[in-house]
Design a protein around this ligand. Structure first.
Ligand code: PHE
Length: 489
């Protein structure tokens, strides 16, 4: 592949479209169900210190790196890396395939949100949201080893989600620009509404206290710092080929550095706001039920599909409406992250094998839909947990590290800095090289080693070893090998 073969290069209509699309990718389910919980677990208000340090020393510099590479090389991620060095094409493939794996389960969580949006109408979960979620809705088996059958309501939601992704992507980036003009501001407004509703409930302040009371002693814990880096990394959609692909659609004279700051700060701000929406209502629930906040179940799916619906049902008026608002917000936050995960692969297929954009998108979506099916079975929730844990903790961090090393050491990094400075409002100095060459790779390497050690010493969530191998190690190994195969074709 000597030249990028995208027949007709497409462009964002405006700077606004690009910034919105990148914010859309960054802001997603992670902001609503991951950040508030991670923050409260790791020192509350004090967590903002490691978080902001991670954001400024690793998150934003890497975002500038990815934007500069995409904008300088103007092509799909494999092409961009190839242009940097003949030997690097596989890194681009690796980075395009990893978000594809994330999409396979991310879309299933969106399918749950879709079902719950409809269930909100009559508060279908009744008085025991936990029982409803696990037994009636998911029909969950006891372990991932018992696969179980496909759950039809989830499958229906999944079809809707994948079909939407296809419709949004197949026409190219001008349509993405139109979609994100709605799917970014809309859920943000809804989140503000939910926050106001939450804060005006009794017990809200206790919830916020829980969320933000700073515990500075936590800052001496190594794990708190790791959590901060991992959260920044996941939330900004770094190391996924996404930002590279999006930047490749920018016109020649487009700002890079300032945009990276705007996007990162918008993402961090949304996370912070989501904490108020979530913890105010959790405080209310705790007051109404007389259960301590720490016993309410605040992580991931449990927060979204058990704790939150329970609280919604207790609202004095308009319970169904606030339920719908919450799930519509999640769907709108999620959809632009979901399609951004498919875009790098679709662009890479389009560019490498000269399929039309429509065909390449259809191939990527069909494969994505098929890989989602395992998560639609009764054991899906366990597989989702396993795949998410390993891909988010290993693949993402590994790709970030590969980017820093390949571009920082085996390429003339100065070229990218000068490129960014030529087009940007804000110029970056040699300090940026230092961050990309030393600070970022060192933090990522630490993160990677710590995760490996932890996962070897304690099997994740006590799942059977073969399940961890199949769900955790296999997808990563497969896309790693595929990257080399694709690069050598
Ligand atoms: N950043 C998204 C979120 O917070 C998730 C995501 C991860 C999107 C990786 C793309 C790539 O939900």
């Amino acid at each position: 592949m000597e030249v990028d073969c995208i027949a007709e290069r497409q462009f964002w209509r405006s700077r606004y479209a690009f910034v919105m699309a990148a914010i859309g990718s960054a802001v997603g389910l992670g902001n609503v169900w991951r950040f508030p919980f991670v923050c409260y677990k790791n020192g509350g208000g004090a967590f903002l210190i490691p978080y902001l340090i991670a954001l400024f020393t690793t998150g934003i510099p890497l975002m500038i790196l990815e934007f500069s590479l995409g904008h300088w090389a103007r092509g799909s991620p494999p092409y961009c890396f190839l242009k940097a060095n003949k030997k690097f094409e596989w890194i681009g493939w690796f980075a395009s395939l990893a978000p594809f794996v994330i999409a396979s389960y991310y879309t299933v969580v969106m399918a749950w949100c879709f079902a719950y949006m409809i269930y909100s109408i009559d508060l279908r979960w009744g008085s025991d949201a936990n029982l409803f979620f696990l037994k009636h809705f998911l029909n969950a088996t006891r372990s991932p080893a018992e696969i179980g059958s496909i759950q039809i309501p989830v499958l229906l939601g999944l079809v809707v989600v994948w079909f939407s992704i296809f419709v949004i992507l197949y026409k190219g980036v001008s349509r993405i620009g139109k979609v994100v003009a709605v799917t970014v501001p809309l859920p943000t407004i809804l989140l503000v509404i939910l926050t106001i509703r939450g804060l005006t409930l009794p017990g809200a302040m206790e919830g916020i206290d829980y969320y933000l009371t700073p515990d500075f002693s936590k800052l001496s814990h190594f794990k708190v710092w790791l959590s901060a880096y991992a959260q920044v990394f996941f939330s900004l959609s770094l190391a996924q080929g996404i930002l590279i692909t999006y930047a490749s659609f920018l016109r020649k004279e487009s700002d890079i550095t300032n945009n990276a700051f705007i996007i990162s700060l918008a993402d961090a701000g949304t996370s912070f706001l989501a904490g108020f929406a979530v913890f105010s209502i959790v405080g209310y629930l705790s007051l109404m039920k007389g259960i301590g906040i720490e016993n309410l179940g605040l992580a991931g799916p449990h927060l979204t599909f058990v704790t939150y619906p329970t609280a919604i049902s207790l609202l004095p008026f308009g319970a169904w409406l606030f339920g719908m608002i919450f799930y519509i917000a999640l769907l709108a936050f999620g959809i632009d992250s979901a399609f951004s995960m498919i875009e790098p692969l679709a662009t890479s297929i389009n560019s490498k094998w000269k399929f039309s954009k429509g065909k390449a998108t259809a191939i990527a979506c069909a494969l994505g839909f098929l890989s989602s099916l395992i998560f639609v079975t009764s054991s899906g929730i366990y597989w989702l947990d396993i795949v998410d844990h390993f891909v988010a903790n290993f693949c993402l961090v590994l790709i970030g590290l590969l980017e820093c090393i390949s571009l920082g050491y085996l390429f003339d990094l100065k070229k990218l800095r000068e490129h960014a400075n030529e087009v940007s409002d804000i110029t970056i100095g040699r300090w940026w090289d230092f961050l990309i060459k030393f600070v970022a790779p060192l933090s990522l390497l630490t993160l990677l080693v710590a995760s490996v050690v932890e996962n070897i010493s304690v099997p994740y969530n006590n799942y059977p070893t073969w399940c961890l191998l199949v769900g955790g190690v296999m997808p990563g190994a497969m896309i790693f090998i595929l990257s080399f195969i694709f690069a050598n074709r």
